[in-house]
Structure formats: structure tokens, C-alpha cells
Design a protein around this ligand. Structure first.
Ligand code: SF4
Length: 347
């Protein structure tokens, strides 16, 4: 029994089928373990007269089996590395926003999507994360690191839709009011454009969940060069899936656009992007490419100057797009977008 993988109704169902008990004890279990990080739940008042049940559950209970091996904080942005039971390392980032903290979680060890500007891609793909390894990142941030987190973005290591079933279960566990209690509208899934994943998500009834799509270029030639996924699901196919996506009437799609000097930062690129996005209800997150500690990455991509980011943003705004500029927080920690490498040590 791993409570990091179960919703309230699943815990209740389990207790009912096995012990003829139900919501009363399920609520207590989730409150103690998920909300308080207390694994001695047999001491909770709900178990006072049910010690045999508590002992049985305790014997089955699997407490978190991962360790935070490293953490570094700068400008309030905190990156932490978790060692999983099999020794694999994953990274998560706590990002301060105006009124709350957002946690960026990983969904895979490594990634097989091969985006050329991405640190995670360089290490290749190792394996999917299990549900409790995804939800455990929020458990660690809140319980072990004492951070108040109200938002979750699936933007860490890995392509979330490449681990679809575990992603969806993690979302349901996060969303459970008796457990982690993160509102769906406070969660964002970010994809590099895995069209079957977008189509599958569209069929689930999760209209408040935000969907972010990494576009990075509206030119198939440039995008295929940056992101191999574009060869399989080119821009036209991606846009069709996005047009069919059942967007809640007060929501919009989030388009991620990492601006790379000399690659996708021209006026023509802005025009192409505006044209591509015209039929969609979107907000564009414009992110300065982050080559880590160097000005040019090993892949030969260079950081854009702040002025160039402003100019590109102005183009898009003039073309009628709503743009939010992001100077990737945590740059010095290599904890910005596409910068999670699973490195053992944080340099
Ligand atoms: S940017 Fe995202 S999808 Fe692309 S290789 Fe990196 S982790 Fe994978």
C-alpha cells in the first residue's frame, strides 16, 4: 500500500473491500501521511479503537524510499536532487512566484525526445518514473524541505505524455482534496508536441488542467532541427490536435517559445509564429535560451541579449499575441527550462 500513489476514493475502496472500513480511516491515513508526513498513523485518534487495523495497515505501508542528496538555492529558486530506490537521480525545482511557490516535477529519468537545446536529452532515456516517484517530489518539497507549494508544473526531466498513465494518476493524486490538494487549474502539463498524448488528454475530463506546448519555431525545417519529434508530428498535425483540444472557455493554451540567438529570433520567425497560432487561443511564454554557465552551449546555441528578447516580444505583441517574457529563473543553478540534467552534483 503506497499512499503516495492513491486517491481518497482508492484508499476508501481498498479499506472497504479488505476490512469493511471506509472514509473515516482513509481520511485519517491521507491526512497523517500526505499532509503531515507522519508515518506513525496508528497514533491518530481515528485508530484509537482500531489498533488491529492500524497494525495491519502499518505492516503494509510503504513509506517514501527516496533521499534528497543535494540541494542548492539562489534567488529563492531551489533545485533539489532525489536519489530513487534503484539509485537513479532526478531533479525538481521550487520556483517562487508572486504569491506562491511552484514546483517543477520530473516524470522520467532522462528523456528520449532528443531536443537539441536540452540538458536532459544529452543523458538519454533511462526509465519512466512510477507514480509515487512523481508525487514524491511534492511530498519532499513540502514535508522534507518545508516549502509551501500550491502549483505544480510537469516541466522537469522527461516528456510527461511519454509516461501517460503514471502522469494522469499522479495528477489525480495531487488533485485529491484529502491528500495533496492541488487544484487542477494550478497544474500544467508541458509537452514537446507528442500528438497522441494531447489527443488522449483531450478525452479525459480535466478541463481545468493547463496544457503547455513547446513550439520554439513555426517553421517545420527549423523545428525539426531543434526537436526531432517534429519529424513524426509536424506543425500542421500538432495544430490540428490543439484546435480539437476541448479548452475550457476561460482558459488558454500555453505556448512555450525558447528564444535562441540566430535560430528562431528573427522578425520573420515572429510573423510565422503569429500566423501559426492565429486560430488558437494562446498565451506565449517567451523564454531566453539558457546555455548554463557559458554564453554558447556545447550544441552551439547562444543566449539572446535582453534587448533582442524585448524586440521579439514586441513583434509578437504587435501581431496580436499575448506574451509573457521569462528570463529563466535559476539560470545560475542550471535549473531553468530544459536545464535539468540529473547531474549528481549541483555545480
Ligand atoms: S526539452 Fe523536454 S521533451 Fe525535449 S528532450 Fe528535454 S526534457 Fe525531453
Amino acid at each position: 500500500m503506497n499512499l503516495l500513489e492513491m486517491t481518497f476514493s482508492q484508499v476508501t475502496g481498498f479499506l472497504k473491500s479488505r476490512y469493511g472500513r471506509g472514509e473515516f480511516h482513509a481520511g485519517a491515513l491521507l491526512r497523517e501521511v500526505i499532509k503531515k508526513g507522519n508515518h506513525d498513523f496508528e497514533q491518530a485518534p481515528e485508530f484509537e479503537r482500531s489498533q488491529a487495523l492500524a497494525d495491519d495497515l502499518k505492516a503494509m505501508h510503504a513509506p517514501p524510499d527516496f533521499t534528497i542528496t543535494d540541494q542548492v538555492e539562489q534567488d529563492n529558486t531551489l533545485k533539489f536532487v532525489t536519489r530513487l530506490q534503484d539509485g537513479a537521480l532526478i531533479e525538481s525545482v521550487v520556483i517562487p512566484m508572486k504569491r506562491y511557490n511552484t514546483l517543477c516535477v520530473s516524470t522520467q529519468v532522462g528523456c528520449r525526445m532528443g531536443c537539441r537545446f536540452c540538458e536532459t536529452a544529452k543523458a538519454g532515456f533511462k526509465r519512466n518514473l512510477l507514480v509515487h516517484e512523481i508525487t514524491g517530489q511534492l511530498y519532499s518539497a513540502r514535508i522534507m524541505l518545508g516549502k509551501e507549494i500550491s502549483n505544480v508544473v510537469f516541466m522537469g526531466m522527461g516528456e510527461p505524455f511519454d509516461n501517460f498513465d503514471n502522469l494522469i494518476q499522479a495528477i489525480r493524486v495531487f488533485n485529491d482534496q484529502k491528500g495533496f490538494d492541488v487544484a487542477l487549474r494550478h497544474m500544467t502539463v508541458s509537452t514537446c508536441g507528442l500528438v497522441p498524448g494531447i489527443e488522449r488528454l483531450a478525452k479525459l475530463d480535466l478541463p481545468q488542467l493547463s496544457l503547455a506546448i513547446s513550439v520554439h519555431s513555426a517553421d517545420d525545417r527549423v523545428r525539426s532541427d531543434l526537436m526531432p519529434i517534429n519529424r513524426r508530428y509536424p506543425l500542421a498535425e500538432l495544430r490540428k490536435a490543439l484546435m480539437d483540444y476541448p479548452l475550457h472557455k476561460r482558459r488558454f493554451l500555453l505556448v512555450e517559445y525558447v528564444l535562441i540567438k540566430g535560430v528562431n529570433d528573427s522578425k520573420e520567425a515572429a510573423l510565422q509564429l503569429a500566423d501559426y497560432l492565429a486560430p488558437l487561443k494562446v498565451r506565449v511564454n517567451l523564454i531566453a535560451y539558457n546555455p548554463g554557465r557559458e554564453d554558447i552551449s556545447a550544441s552551439g546555441f547562444a543566449r539572446v541579449a535582453d534587448d533582442d528578447l524585448n524586440t521579439f516580444s514586441d513583434y509578437l505583441t504587435e501581431l496580436g499575441l499575448f506574451v509573457v517574457k521569462r528570463w529563466s529563473k535559476g539560470q545560475e543553478l542550471m535549473a531553468g527550462c530544459g536545464q535539468l540534467s540529473g547531474a549528481d552534483e549541483i555545480r
